[in-house]
Design a protein around this ligand. Structure first.
Ligand SMILES: Cc1cc2nc3c(=O)[nH]c(=O)nc-3n(C[C@H](O)[C@H](O)[C@H](O)COP(=O)(O)O)c2cc1C
Length: 217
């Protein structure tokens, strides 16, 4: 860890949640609270603060996790993009619930999100796909994500194939690629504090309203 990172950690450790105790809760909107934390993570200099772990599980309840990038967050939920033929997608189609996890180490913060998942609309995926660089668009076509690859050259050849196929044309959205939205049912904000006496607040949604509870660290 660089000296600068250590200084940042020492500085942030012990800073509490904005909501120090329940009486001071200023918002019943966890999404805007999350956006503030994400903004603070961006401002802290953390690399890829929008990266998050997404956990899925098979119908039999066997879990798996991997990192993805959060591309959109609003009152509807948390959106990431992927290949609809990937392992995570197979698991999400069989068991449409997911858990997201953010960890912003320098800020001593963690956010846990759990909820139902659904595919975003074709139009939304299309809009995002066309905002990506051409290399990423070709890459989406070339990779059969999560399938066995005999050797790297096969992937390189696949890239060449699609570069040629779409030469001089707009790269279309592959039908096997798009976004998922996690519709949160609970969101926990964790702020590290001295002596492991951390703050934990959980927003839980019931009948379209959020309730807030505090948990022991
Ligand atoms: C920081 C980071 C960001 C990533 N972002 C994405 C992403 O947005 N979408 C994606 O499909 N894979 C992303 N990946 C790759 C995934 O972690 C994973 O390898 C891939 O999606 C295949 O996962 P699966 O076989 O479980 O479906 C990212 C990896 C890292 C380390």
């Amino acid at each position: 860890m660089s000296l600068l990172s250590k200084i940042r950690c020492a500085f942030t450790l012990g800073q509490g949640l904005l909501i120090e105790n329940k009486a001071l809760v200023t918002t019943d909107d966890p999404i805007s609270f999350f956006k503030n934390w994400l903004k603070e993570a961006e401002n802290s200099g953390i690399i890829l603060p929008e990266s998050m772990s997404v956990s899925t599980s098979t119908k039999e309840g066997r879990p798996s996790s991997r990192m993805v990038l959060l591309k959109e967050v609003d009152q509807e939920g948390f959106v990431f993009f992927t290949n609809y033929g990937s392992r995570k997608a197979d698991e999400l189609e069989a068991n449409p619930f997911a858990a997201l996890l953010f960890h912003w180490n320098m800020l001593q913060r963690q956010v846990r999100i759990e909820g139902r998942i659904e595919r975003i609309s074709h139009e939304e995926s299309e809009a995002y796909f066309h905002s990506r660089g051409r290399g990423s668009q070709i890459g989406a076509w070339a990779s059969k994500q999560s399938e066995l690859l005999d050797e790297r050259q096969t992937l390189v050849d696949s890239v060449k194939f699609y570069e040629k196929k779409f030469a001089g044309k707009e790269v279309p959205l592959p039908e096997f690629w798009g976004g998922y939205r996690v519709i949160p049912e609970s969101i926990e904000f964790w702020q590290g504090k001295a002596d492991r006496l951390h703050d934990r607040f959980v927003y839980t949604q019931q009948d379209s309203t959020w309730s807030i509870t505090r948990l022991n660290p």
